[in-house]
Design a protein around this ligand. Structure first.
Ligand code: ATP
Ligand code: MG
Length: 256
């Protein structure tokens, strides 16, 4: 049965999408069966997986409002060797549509339950908000992966996210836990990066993943080629770090 992880942080531009896409491709490279779910109407994870968001007829939107099953809506990232439940701007309407539907926080969870046997990992790329879409991601997941930059204000936003996760755990999803904090866009030469990183370890202990993703321009270039970084340039430092992170995830789920 698939283990389901939401990649979330309400802070914008912290590397959620880059992490989801590269972890999906890196897990596939480790022979895991993976589904990536794009929960962001901008469809960056969809495009970064090499799936054209303008060309897909069915997306996560139809799944959320009950007009399609995941099995019919999913597309394939040929380059990444994983499946994609795509998103495009249509998904922006979901917030409003969901208000009128029953069980609105759990629509994604119920839809994914039907394909759980097809995958080892399901990864959900959440938008930068604590919206109904993110809530659907958190309700569907067994755990949350939180990418964060090691900068001065990083810890401040973290408490809001941790509180939201606690509330979802208490009221909606008893399975939910924080799997780990992933340090991304890390600059080993910066003293501040190092200090914040040390603080994170002191505060969160083994909830901090051992793998660290460095700042690496190859990861930022890859989406414009419609490829995950780990496929675009496997030898790049950033890609190697995501492959190491995938191995760590495979180890961690054995302990869950
Ligand atoms: P949003 O909140 O807008 O959804 P996000 O959290 O999904 O953003 P990304 O889109 O993954 O963040 O990353 C933000 C920007 O930083 C992108 O331009 C991406 O290419 C770049 N980026 C992400 N990770 C790295 C990295 N390790 N090295 C260099 N650039 C990176
Ligand atoms: Mg994103």
């Amino acid at each position: 049965m698939a283990r389901i992880f939401a990649v979330a942080n309400q802070k914008g531009g912290v590397g959620k999408t880059t992490t989801t896409v590269n972890l999906a491709a890196a897990l596939a490279a480790h022979a895991q069966r993976v589904l990536l779910v794009d929960l962001d109407p901008r469809g960056n994870a969809t495009m970064g997986s090499g799936v054209d968001k303008r060309a897909v007829a069915t997306t996560v939107y139809q799944v959320l409002i009950g007009q399609s099953e995941v099995s019919a809506a999913r597309a394939r990232s040929e380059a990444g060797a994983y499946d994609v439940l795509a998103a495009n701007r249509e998904l922006a309407g979901a917030e409003i549509d969901l208000v009128q539907l029953d069980n609105r926080e759990k629509r994604l969870k119920d839809a994914l339950a039907k394909v759980e046997a097809d995958y080892d990992f399901i990864l959900i790329d959440c938008p930068p908000s604590l919206s109904m879409l993110t809530l659907n991601g958190l309700c569907a997941a067994h755990g949350v992966i939180i990418p964060m930059q090691c900068e001065y204000y990083a810890l401040e936003g973290l408490s809001d996210l941790v509180n939201t996760i606690k509330q979802v755990h208490a009221k909606l999803n008893r399975d939910l836990k924080i799997i780990g904090l992933l340090r991304v866009m890390f600059d080993p030469r910066s003293t501040l990066s190092q200090q914040v990183s040390d603080q994170l370890e002191a505060h969160f202990g083994d909830k901090v993943f051992k793998a660290i993703i460095p700042r690496n321009v190859r990861l930022a270039e890859a989406p414009s080629h419609g490829l995950p970084g780990v496929i675009f340039d496997k030898a790049a430092k950033g890609s190697q770090a995501y492959l190491t992170f995938a191995a760590e995830m495979i180890e961690r789920i054995k302990a869950l």
